[in-house]
Design a protein around this ligand. Sequence first.
Ligand SMILES: [Zn+2]
Ligand SMILES: [Zn+2]
Ligand SMILES: [Zn+2]
Length: 345
Amino acid sequence: MISKIFQESPHRRWNPLKREWVIVSPHRTQRPWQGQTEEIAAPPSLAYDPTCYLCPGNTRAGGHKTPQYSGTYVFDNDFAALQQDTPSTSLDIDSASLIRAETERGLCRVLCFDPRHDLTLATMDVAAIRRVVEMWADQAADLGARPDIQYVQIFENRGAMMGASNPHPHGQIWATEHIPDEPLAEIANQRGYSRMHDTCLLCDVLKLELEQHQRIVCENDEFISLVPFWAVWPFETLVLSRAHLGSLTEFSPAQQKGLADILKQQTAIYDRLFATSFPYTMGFHQRPTDGEQYPELHFHGHFYPPLLRSATVRKFMVGFEMLGMPQRDITPEAAAQQLRSAAVR
Ligand SMILES: [Zn+2]
Ligand SMILES: [Zn+2]
Ligand SMILES: [Zn+2]
């Protein structure tokens, strides 16, 4: 039978139909919810919200106090999906990988981008976002150095539409014992391309995009943001470093500033597109921290925003998209054009 650990502790279960994993966190109790429930997520208007657990000086649901911080503030999530102290064990009934699971150890941290409750990446200044980039690099180095951590996933859920539980500007960092499926698949394909062509897949994409100039949204000396040719979400973008970099930990000061600037440009464009605080999930894919080299891997960021036509009309991934494959109406070229015109509005 299934032992107690797989009923009570964080673990991952294998899906033999899709050859993918799902993380299960049965220990996680009800999380606090401070996201808006209205249809249109109005941006908060208060610089300080006495009921927000991420504002300086306030007490969080777990009883911990958020200090009077300036700049950024990072802490271990009080309701972490993963835990460090889970004893390592696995399960494979009949050894056929049909009922297969293994414990997944890790850490989940919250990173407040700014003490001010009413800011977002789109409205913070570049110097403030740069402090966030520096903190991401520090966290990637710190967590990646742990022997039990193979991958550091940095991400932000923005807006109640994307499930963000609090409008205060913040992101999350999940560090895991195994490389998650999304980066794992991208790494395998970057490696395969590199072996076949002796070049980097994303360096080659970048070269083609710069030649065609049809899908680029914004750029600076260090980064390009573009709607990828294969985009699934209507206004999905891919943020690519011009230099072949593997990880945030190897950025020069100019590259840190360049990333801060491109994030500001891209999120401000999103906000102008439908005159709303644009919801999205954003995050970076970088080199795993399992001790291997990964020379073929190219640092990049993904923005996955759900909006389709206006501040309230969103795309759903349902029906054929759940059972068959994704589908879109607006072409990536037209989406890039719309985003570019929002930039100069
Ligand atoms: Zn707040
Ligand atoms: Zn590259
Ligand atoms: Zn990626």
